[in-house]
Design a protein around this ligand. Structure first.
Ligand code: PLP
Length: 377
C-alpha cells in the first residue's frame, strides 16, 4: 500500500534527542528550542518566534493576545481545519465563515468586506496547501476596519507571497509541526509575532503567566505570576526532533517540490482533456509542495476514484468537511454570504500521496492508477 503520508525523518533526530537527554534538560526552552526558534526567525524574517505545543495552541495564544472575548466575531473560511475556529470559540467568539475561491481553495478576499460588522475583531486567512491567500487585499481591509490579521500558516512554512514569508505578513502567524506537515516534531507549532510588546506578552502567557523567560535571560532576579496564562511550550525532546528537520529543510523542500511538479506535469493531460482540475498557484505565490490535490467532477466521481485507488494499493484522502455544516460549526458559527464554492469544491477534492522520500516508483504507480481510472470512462 502506498501511504498518503509518512512522517518526515532524516535519521539524525535520535542523535539530537540523545544530546538533549545528555544535557540534562528535557523541559522547554533549552538549547534545541532556542536553536529552532532562532532558525525560523532568521529564515522568515519574523521579529519574534516562539515554539508552541501545536498550531492549535499557537492560535489560542493569538486569540488571547488579541483579547478575543464573548460576542466578538472572527472572519475565516469554512473550508479549514477545526483548530482555526476552536481557538476563538473557546474564548466565546463567533466564527463567521466566508466563501472560498475555487482556484486556490483559500478565503475569497472579495467576500470579506460584506461580512464585517461592528463586532468583527480579526480576519484569519488560512493558506491552504501552502499557497498564500490574497494578502494585500486582506491587509488593506484590516487597516480600514482596524482588525487583527492572524495567519493560519499551519501548512505554509517556507512559502511566500510577493517575497514575504507566510506567517510574517499579518499581526500574528501560526505554524504547525504536526507529523503531517512538511517539517515535524510529532506534535508542535510556532507563533510568529511582529510586535515587540505582543512578543513579551506571548512569552508570559506561554509560561503559565509568569515572567520566567525574562528571568532566564537575567533581566530580572526572580520570576513571578504576572498574568493569566497557560503552558504552550514544547519539550526539548520534540524540539530536538525538529532541529534535525530544519537542518535538512532545503532537501525536504526540494524533494517535496520535485514530487509536486511531477504530479502536475504528468496529470496535466487529464486536466487539458477536462477530466480533472489541478491546483492553481497565483503568480505572486511561491508554495512549498505541502499538498497535491486533484478535483474530480463531483462527489460521486471522487468517491469512486478514492475507492479505485485503494483497490490499487494507493491511499488518497479527501479533506475538510466545511465547518459550517458540522454540529459545532452550527453552534458556534455562521456562514455569511452565499456558499457558492465551499461545499461543492470541497466535495470534488482528493489529496494524493505526497511526503518527504516518496519514491519515484510509488509516485509512478499513483499517476498510472489515476490515468487508468479515467481511461475506463
Ligand atoms: C494542521 C493544521 C492545523 C493544526 O495544527 P496542529 O499543530 O495539529 O495543532 C491548523 N490549521 C490548519 C490549516 C492545519 O492544516
Amino acid at each position: 500500500m502506498i501511504n498518503f503520508n509518512v512522517p518526515p525523518t532524516t535519521g539524525e533526530e535520535i542523535n539530537f534527542i540523545k544530546d538533549a537527554i545528555a544535557l540534562g534538560k528535557i523541559c522547554g526552552d533549552g538549547k534545541y528550542t532556542h536553536m529552532c526558534s532562532e532558525w525560523i526567525r532568521e529564515k522568515t524574517g519574523s521579529a519574534g518566534v516562539l515554539l508552541t505545543t501545536s498550531c492549535t495552541h499557537a492560535t489560542e495564544l493569538a486569540a488571547i493576545l488579541c483579547d478575543i472575548k464573548a460576542g466578538d466575531e472572527i472572519i475565516m473560511p469554512s473550508y479549514t481545519f477545526v483548530s482555526t475556529a476552536d481557538a476563538f470559540v473557546l474564548r466565546g467568539a463567533k466564527a463567521v465563515f466566508v466563501d472560498i475561491r475555487p482556484d486556490t481553495m483559500n478565503i475569497d478576499e472579495n467576500m470579506i468586506e460584506s461580512a464585517i460588522t461592528e463586532k468583527t475583531k480579526a480576519i484569519v486567512p488560512v493558506h491552504y496547501a501552502g499557497v498564500s491567500c490574497e494578502m494585500d487585499k486582506i491587509m488593506e481591509l484590516a487597516k480600514k476596519y482596524h482588525l487583527f490579521v492572524i495567519e493560519d500558516a499551519a501548512q505554509g512554512m517556507l512559502s511566500s507571497y510577493k517575497g514575504q514569508q507566510l506567517g510574517t505578513i499579518g499581526d500574528i502567524g501560526c505554524y504547525s509541526f504536526h507529523e503531517t506537515k512538511n517539517y515535524s516534531m510529532g506534535e508542535g507549532g510556532a507563533i510568529l509575532l511582529k510586535d515587540g510588546e505582543m512578543l513579551e506578552e506571548a512569552e508570559i502567557i506561554r509560561e503559565k503567566g509568569t515572567n520566567r523567560s525574562k528571568f532566564f535571560r537575567g533581566q530580572i532576579d526572580k520570576y513571578t505570576w504576572v498574568a493569566a496564562g497557560s503552558s504552550y511550550l514544547p519539550s526539548e525532546l520534540n524540539a530536538a526532533y525538529l532541529w534535525a528537520q530544519l537542518l535538512k529543510a532545503d532537501e525536504i523542500y526540494d524533494n517535496r517540490m520535485k514530487s509536486w511538479n511531477r504530479y502536475y506535469e504528468e496529470l496535466s493531460g487529464l486536466a487539458e482533456a477536462g477530466y480533472i482540475e489541478l491546483p492553481h498557484v497565483p503568480g505572486e505565490c511561491m508554495h512549498n509542495g505541502h499538498m497535491f490535490y486533484i478535483k474530480a467532477k463531483d462527489l460521486e466521481e471522487r468517491t469512486r476514484l478514492i475507492s479505485y485507488l485503494k483497490e490499487n494499493e494507493v491511499m488518497s484522502v479527501f479533506h475538510y468537511i466545511p465547518l459550517h455544516t458540522a454540529p459545532a460549526g452550527k453552534k458556534y458559527g455562521e456562514f455569511r454570504g452565499e456558499d457558492r464554492y465551499t461545499t461543492v469544491e470541497s466535495e470534488r477534492l482528493a489529496r494524493l500521496p505526497l511526503y518527504y522520500g516518496l519514491s519515484e516508483q510509488d509516485q509512478g504507480q499513483v499517476i498510472h492508477t489515476i490515468k487508468k481510472f479515467y481511461k475506463k470512462k
